[in-house]
Design a binder for this molecule. Sequence first.
Ligand SMILES: Cc1cc2nc3c(=O)[nH]c(=O)nc-3n(C[C@H](O)[C@H](O)[C@H](O)COP(=O)(O)OP(=O)(O)OC[C@H]3O[C@@H](n4cnc5c(N)ncnc54)[C@H](O)[C@@H]3O)c2cc1C
Length: 408
Amino acid sequence: MLYDVIVVGAGPAGSTAARECVLLGSSVLLLDKAEFPRDKPCGGGVTVRAANLLPFEISPIVERVITGLRLTTRQSNGFERTFAGPLVYMTQRAKLDQFLVERAIDAGVTTRLGVGVKQVERLPDGVAVHTDDGRVQGRTMVIADGANGQVSKLSGIEVKPLHHVALEANVSPPGGVTEPWQSSLGLDLGGVPGGYGWIFPKGDHLNIGIGGWRHVGPDLREALQGLVKFYGFDQKDLWGIRGYHLPIRRQGSPLADGNIVLVGDAAGLIDPMMDEGIHSAIFSGRAAAKHIAEYVAGEVPDLDGYRRQIENELVPQLRVSRQFHDLFHLTPALHMAIERRTSIVWSVTCRILRGEQTYADVMRRHKNLGTIVEFVSDLIRVTPLLRRIAGLRDPAPPQRFFLRGQHR
Ligand SMILES: Cc1cc2nc3c(=O)[nH]c(=O)nc-3n(C[C@H](O)[C@H](O)[C@H](O)COP(=O)(O)OP(=O)(O)OC[C@H]3O[C@@H](n4cnc5c(N)ncnc54)[C@H](O)[C@@H]3O)c2cc1C
């Protein structure tokens, strides 16, 4: 059978793209090499801004609603911040991803789960995908195969993101989850170059993890041990310890190629400051569906409109997030001192998490701040000493002041 759309990968990006494509009139096959429910290394924090992109409630799979944050700097100087409404919904990826696949099936998506894609043939008018289960053909393809996916490469598309790495584990306290984690999550900042440690409460357990730039990988096991102890738990009670990559998009990295689009982690759309990827996964899945519908209807010659939409609407957010990230990691203690003494950063953070404001809005509203952040971020990238202090080892070109033409 010839499908209008073959979606490879049934995480939040793929299942969203598949569901929205069907609702816009296309025939869709959603493939995943895993049987569902399947788990994935992830804190399972769905920000309000991410949940709001979905046309249905995710309450059936929410285990906790987060309204507060407990912040520490290198495991000391702790303080709390709270908000009057939800900021993040806590779930487990096995539940969230199964729930989203079910919504896709309800909408009319055909699924083949437990079927991996092994080879991709580019045809003049579509793609042929070779799976464990045979060959299927599509007029378009959505690559949603996540951080470690190979389908872009199999399709002749080169994606070379930068990487964050993270190591996570779980602990089930005998008396269940107690204060302060009933409705707050914890972040420990400044301890790892380019990242942070976290404690995210679930219904009956806590997810504890730590991550940063790829070069911190060899130190993460020891760092996780220290963090677990700091949060008052014993190393021997941990279960489900695992590590994973978080792909951070490089400027100009491919998003579309003819009749193929890349969404979510496959396109490296993680927010560098927060390491949040579910929002971008859903956002890009929805955008892909819109442009695929136009292509299938013969209104446009290719899917380049998807690239333009992501570069205009999402990439500017990720770029500003990356600039804040650079700046924060240059002087984490200073930022935490400001955060501790004022509520300005907290109220902006709340608005961003809730989707009431974007990073780019912050830069637009506070032009002087924006100029300083851009300048210092670029300065860090071209100054070896500052790069070392900020923990930035991967080559990352400046984005404005030193290479004006490439500012996008
Ligand atoms: C430790 C850690 C903690 C995180 N915490 C958070 C968090 O709290 N909140 C947040 O927003 N983000 C978080 N993220 C990021 C988030 O997990 C990802 O951004 C998100 O999962 C991306 O979704 P996706 O649909 O693009 O890819 P994925 O969810 O990875 O889905 C990809 C799918 O593709 C399938 N696949 C791969 N190859 C093939 C193939 N050849 N054939 C068929 N199927 C294939 C896989 O089986 C998988 O199901 C975290 C990441 C890590 C590593």
